[in-house]
Design a protein around this ligand. Structure first.
Ligand SMILES: NC(=O)c1ccc[n+]([C@@H]2O[C@H](COP(=O)([O-])OP(=O)(O)OC[C@H]3O[C@@H](n4cnc5c(N)ncnc54)[C@H](O)[C@@H]3O)[C@@H](O)[C@H]2O)c1
Length: 274
């Protein structure tokens, strides 16, 4: 792999497992020094995991780059300020930010008419507020540098609510698409681009555990005919994090094997428990 990102610093949030870990590893393979954050840096160390070292930080260092790892809640602005300060003390610049934290944080699914405000806000915070807080503090560094690439992680659910029991998650991911456009408009004059990806069904150890009984049904909805991989997403992140995408901003790319192109109006009213 060509080392296109040598001397660059990339921050990836929620990178202790799953797709975020894959982004961190790919950017490291491209030569970038990496900063990862997670509410639980050991989140990837479960039995079925394919993690190749004790921690993701160690995996990154094994690829020959420098790595920093910070454990904390991405909804806590003080934590994020500390992460940005420590990163600047170590490296002096931040070139790429991947806002990957997301999910329901154990809050689980539910119907909008039955959901507590507390549960709704929790999921909005995990998906939207973390993206806002990291973008705010990292963009203020990038503005001084007059360069940078911010990449937000939405979901196809932010465009079409695939499951009726995800009003909180779908609303949070839709708002991430909107925030991506607003930030792009504000930051273009500073040489900073802001884009997003919206993954479809992407296999991770956690996703497989939840959806194993439904895979056959789900695959039928995907024109490309298979569930996506973390690598499918990481390849698009490479495009958005490198000079290949220099004239692109405010965009959300669906990495979904054609899922939404096939049937954009389909919703699934079955409940599932993620
Ligand atoms: N897997 C999919 O099919 C899929 C589809 C569409 C979008 N996405 C999005 O992609 C991203 C990664 O998904 P994944 O499947 O790897 O999920 P995951 O749950 O495996 O990984 C999310 C990571 O974020 C961390 N995290 C959660 N809340 C946090 C918080 N408040 N502060 C700090 N860290 C926190 C978790 O500990 C975990 O390591 C998420 O934003 C998710 O919504 C995933």
């Amino acid at each position: 792999m060509e080392k296109k990102l040598i001397n660059k610093v990339a921050m990836v949030t929620g990178a202790a497992r799953g797709i975020g870990r894959e982004y961190a590893l790919r950017l490291a393979k491209l030569g970038a020094n990496i900063v990862i954050t997670d509410i639980d840096l050991t989140a990837g160390n479960y039995k079925e995991s394919d993690i190749s070292a004790n921690t993701v930080k160690e995996e990154l260092e094994n690829l020959g780059v420098k790595a920093l790892a910070f454990q904390g809640d991405g909804t806590d602005e003080e934590f994020v300020v500390d992460v940005v300060k420590s990163t600047m003390n170590e490296f002096g610049h931040i070139d790429i930010l991947i806002n990957n934290i997301g999910g329901t944080g154990g809050a689980g699914p539910g119907l909008a008419t039955e959901m507590s405000v507390e549960k709704f806000k929790k999921v909005i915070d995990i998906n939207l507020t973390t993206t806002f807080i990291f973008s705010k503090h990292v963009a203020n560094i990038m503005k001084k540098q007059r360069s940078g690439k911010i990449i937000n992680i939405s979901s196809v659910a932010g465009d079409v609510p695939l499951f009726v029991v995800q009003p909180h998650y779908a609303a949070g991911k839709a708002a991430v698409i909107s925030l991506t456009k607003t930030l792009a408009l504000e930051l273009a004059q500073y040489g900073i681009t802001v884009n997003a990806i919206a993954p479809g069904y992407i296999s991770t150890v956690k996703w497989d555990a939840h959806f194993s009984s439904q895979v056959e049904e789900l695959v039928k909805k995907v024109p490309i005919g298979r569930i996506g991989t973390t690598e499918d997403c990481a390849k698009v992140i490479e495009f958005l994090a490198t000079d290949l995408s220099d004239y692109l901003t405010g965009q959300t790319i669906q990495v979904d094997g054609g899922l939404l192109a096939l049937n954009p109006s389909s919703t699934n009213t079955d409940t599932y428990h993620l």
